[in-house]
Design a protein around this ligand. Structure first.
Ligand code: T5A
Length: 208
């Protein structure tokens, strides 16, 4: 079976990392070779950029610098991790990818989607996720989960309207290409979320 590129998206605390671990486990049980990774990050250089982006200390990047840093990290991540893994027939399950850029830097920060789209093509060429799993939940619930972990990063200190715009940005993306997006109600309890993910993996293997 050919490699597949799956991304998991959603607002703060929506359960993306939890869903990623579950999905990776399920895919490995089927004998697939899976590479779990994340953005921003996934390589030493991209993780260093992540630190800069999330840090609350020192000078905060202006919107345009934030956008370019996100894509700089992505260029490195694609070249060093994602493309080689897919070329080797592995499945890549990535916690956030370019849909996050459309939602955070685009919808929430107000940068144009046209500009993001140009950078997307410049950095990614034709590479797009085969499936985007959107963990959708009211920002209030996600932030309560994020806050319960203690220290908040730079994005987690934004106000409620910022997260509402992030959520709307994601839902708008999902509407544009419903065949590539799977929207999971992330407010459900964990077993119900996991059932939704199981149904999704069943569909992949039914059609493959
Ligand atoms: N960013 C990123 C951009 O601005 N542009 C970009 O292009 C990209 C790629 C990265 C930040 O970078 C920004 C957006 C982000 O702000 P991050 O760490 O990836 O930050 O994102 P966070 O959303 O902050 O990640 P979190 O780890 O906080 O959230 P997750 O992964 O969504 O949630 P998770 O799985 O850790 O779960 C949170 C808690 O909830 C529990 C878990 O056990 C955990 O305690 N939980 C549930 N509880 C009840 N019911 C369920 N169904 C649950 N599922 C999980």
């Amino acid at each position: 079976m050919a490699g597949r590129f799956i991304t998991i998206e959603g607002g703060e605390g929506a359960g993306k990392s939890t869903a990623q671990a579950f999905l990776v486990d399920r895919l490995e049980q089927r004998g697939l070779s899976v590479v779990p990774t994340r953005e921003p990050g996934g390589t030493p250089l991209a993780e260093a950029i992540r630190q800069t982006l999330l840090s609350v200390d020192g000078e905060a990047p202006v919107e345009m610098a934030e956008l370019l840093l996100v894509f700089a990290a992505r260029a490195q991540h694609l070249a060093k991790v994602i493309e080689p893994a897919l070329a080797a027939g592995k499945w890549v399950v990535c916690d956030r990818f370019t849909d996050a850029t459309y939602a955070y830097q685009g919808e929430a920060r107000g940068l144009s989607s046209g500009l993001i789209s140009e950078l997307e093509t410049l950095v990614q060429g034709a590479r797009r996720p085969d499936t985007v799993i959107l963990m959708d939940m009211a920002p209030k619930t996600g932030m309560a989960r994020a806050r319960s972990r203690g220290v908040l990063d730079r994005f987690e200190r934004e106000d409620a309207t910022f997260y509402e715009r992030v959520r709307q940005g994601y839902l708008n993306r999902a509407k544009l290409a419903p065949d590539r997006y799977v929207v999971v109600n992330a407010e459900q309890d964990l077993p119900s979320v996991q059932r939704s993910l199981d149904e999704l993996t069943e569909r992949w293997f039914d059609v493959s």
